[in-house]
Design a protein around this ligand. Structure first.
Ligand code: ADP
Length: 321
């Protein structure tokens, strides 16, 4: 007697047969589980469609259910936060992301600064993300993948992101097709509001990096941000002091418009690592405005960002281990 053929054997003929993890036919209902590891959202949708149509073509099969699984890459989120605006949080986020990418890491960058997403400008791109199977495809710039809240609305259309709207937009950015990104740097809005809490709820960051100027006022606010992460058990990876000291390009005189050393002392008092100090650089602002992150170059600024990025990775390993 000839063996009873399984109508699902037809799947073995497909070039994707190796991706099928299980298949079952019961009462005319076919259930297929396939592994989409490493595929883009578009290719995964294509694979699902091929499996479905091959099974549907069998007269014995009346319904087809396809489930796609994927081994998620071990992806870590790094939240970049500050107590107040204007301290250089976005500048640091972009440049650290670029430095990390130059160090060989696969990096994604999310601009979640509801008060004024600026990463498109800092990265010098106005390309808008496409979407496949309801997921956004990040834009590629300076060796990293990136998405910004600012890309979700037509250019020039001002939008006050707040509350649930900001949370749902952040969810869309987090759920995007980040491919093989192993690190995602998230530029948070300043302060301790809804977006910070939604990030913690939706995607538990591996750690947070706090940016402050040396000024006492900025430091008090930074301490509040540190408290917030402490309360929700997100490790603080360290504190970076920005706009510390200024060297006059004409006479070489050193001055400290925002004080000096304040952040390092505060980090010590709070028992969190101090990851470095960035001076006020006229060239940094100009390069940022021109969409050329200094971390992409080999000048003093690029080296300073790379140094902080290295320390950040060490901290990330420490909190992980
Ligand atoms: P935040 O994200 O904290 O609001 P930004 O990164 O947008 O701050 O920085 C505010 C402004 O300060 C920008 O114009 C930026 O180019 C400038 N800036 C930031 N850090 C420095 C620095 N170390 N030297 C000079 N300008 C800086």
């Amino acid at each position: 007697m000839a063996a009873i053929e399984d109508p699902l054997d037809v799947l073995d003929q497909l070039p994707d047969a190796a991706r099928i993890r299980s298949r079952k036919l019961s009462g005319g209902v076919a259930t297929i589980v396939a592994d989409a590891t490493g595929l883009s959202a578009k290719d995964a949708a294509e694979l699902e469609r091929r499996l479905r149509s091959a099974a549907e073509a069998q007269p014995e099969i009346s319904e087809v259910r396809v489930a796609m699984t994927a081994a998620q890459p071990q992806r870590k989120l790094i939240a970049i936060a500050s107590g107040k605006g204007g301290v250089g949080k976005s500048t640091l986020s972009t440049n650290l992301a670029v430095s990390l990418a130059r160090m060989g890491k696969k990096v994604g960058l999310i601009d979640a600064d509801v008060y004024g997403p600026s990463q498109t400008k800092l990265l010098g791109t106005d390309e808008r993300p496409t979407a496949t199977a309801k997921r956004l495809n990040p834009v590629q710039a300076h060796g990293l993948s990136f998405l910004s809240l600012g890309q979700l609305v037509p250019a020039g259309q001002a939008l006050a992101w707040r509350g649930p709207m900001a949370a749902s937009a952040l969810g869309q950015l987090l759920d995007a097709d980040w491919g093989d990104a192993e690190l995602i740097v998230v530029d948070l809005p300043p302060g301790t509001g809804d977006v910070q809490l939604s990030l913690v709820q939706k995607a538990r960051p591996a750690g947070a990096l706090i940016v402050s100027t040396p000024q006492a006022l900025s430091l008090i606010d930074a301490t509040r941000a540190i408290d917030l992460f402490g309360k929700v058990s997100v490790p603080v990876l360290g504190l970076v002091e920005n706009m510390a000291g200024y060297t006059c390009p004409h006479c070489g005189e050193q001055s400290d418009p925002f004080g000096s050393g304040g952040a390092e002392g505060a980090a010590e008092e709070l028992g969190i690592p101090f990851l470095g100090r960035l001076p006020l650089w006229a060239g940094l602002r100009e390069a940022s405005d021109a969409g050329e992150p200094p971390a992409a170059g080999d000048g003093a600024e690029g080296k300073a960002f790379a140094e902080i990025a290295r320390k950040l990775l060490t901290q990330l390993e420490t909190v992980d281990g």
